[in-house]
Ligand binder design. Sequence first.
Ligand SMILES: Cc1ncc(COP(=O)(O)O)c(C=O)c1O
Length: 442
Amino acid sequence: MSHLMHRNLRQPLATAVRAEGIYIYDAEGRAYIDACGGAAVSCLGHGHPRIREAILRQLDTIAYAHTSFFTTEAAERLADRLVADAPPGIGHAIILNGGSEAVETALKMARQYHVERGEPQRDVVIARRQSYHGNTLGALATGGNEGRRRTFRPLLIETRHIGPCFAYRHMRPGESEADYAARAARELEDEILSVGPDRVIAFVAETVVGATAGAVPPVGDYFKRIRAICDRFGVLLILDEVMSGMGRTGTLHACEQEGIAPDIEVIGKGLGAGYEPVSAVLVADRVYEAFANGSGAFSHGHTYMGHPVAAAAALAVQEAIAEDDLLAAVRRRGDHLRRTLEARFGNSPHVGDIRGRGLFLGLELVQDRGSCEPFDPSLQLHARLKQTALRKGLMIYPSGGTIDGTRGDHILLAPPFILTEDQSDEIVRRLEETIDEVIRAL
Ligand SMILES: Cc1ncc(COP(=O)(O)O)c(C=O)c1O
């Protein structure tokens, strides 16, 4: 009998006892290909010697010092590295533990920024439907997935939500990507005007939407327009790259491909590659300066922020990515995986869309590719896919509610950057067997 209260109280879990490269092994000796890095976390695979050494070295030096008393070399070096590699205008970093905590930090930073500048009336955050920003209350309120919010709605701060930039579901027949990008971005302007421009704190968006929509990239100049709208109304742009950042899409930051830089960026997951719990908030100079020229302090902190062991691990991850040229590998291996997926599923009646960037790919499942009609949510297709894939020794990250929080199913793939072509082909083979078996049994 387990004394751990697991996420699902009815679903027994295998015990993971060992992991190496792209494989996790359970106590029965079964091997699982980690084709999703857990939840887009394990970007270097498992058991990377360099990260292990960096953690041990840091433990032998100093494991912990509270950040209200000391700084540490490990945290300073990670911040130097993050800033050196950051989008233009970013000059500082706050190091935290998880994605939700970092999103909370970003929200509070944005609010205090306006207070420091003498605009305390700004009290509204705008985000997007079908986004996920974390499970703590502020982050959950910001997220736009109704399925995840429903139970907790009475506890959530009021947040405005506009539509996502989601071409497969929302681009109209005959509409160009450019026109759709303009229409989707205009929703932000309309919402700011409806709230009152002097009341809006920030707009929060995942650069490439991950868990709730399945690797949905923006189209056209959507983010350039969003950046311009934010600037026009003095609204801060917070990009949540907890899932899509740190190399996953083939560039270190997903927003590099959009040609824009945020005021505040949130990163996590791949930052520590699963070796330590670590996330960060990257802060643009103009935001930092409001604090520096104002009260001189950010009213926020956590016991384990700036943790030296986590920082040492994250720095080693960044060094491994650079030295092994893994961003180029993500682009190359991402192209291969995508081409293989397209070859296998491009004409499948039940795979309506294959999308994403780099090694961050999504497949949306439909009853019929012509009508794009989703499966009945009561079938829980995504849960069946996950269980069947696991039986076949394949870890994938499916989810339901892709379209509106209730309808739609997708599968997210986010394998380690060290994936070989043979391993990639094996993932697609097992995935095809999984989808066939699940759909045949409906
Ligand atoms: C885009 C995004 N933001 C925030 C989070 C929350 O991160 P965490 O689960 O580490 O709190 C996630 C987690 O999936 C995420 O995908």
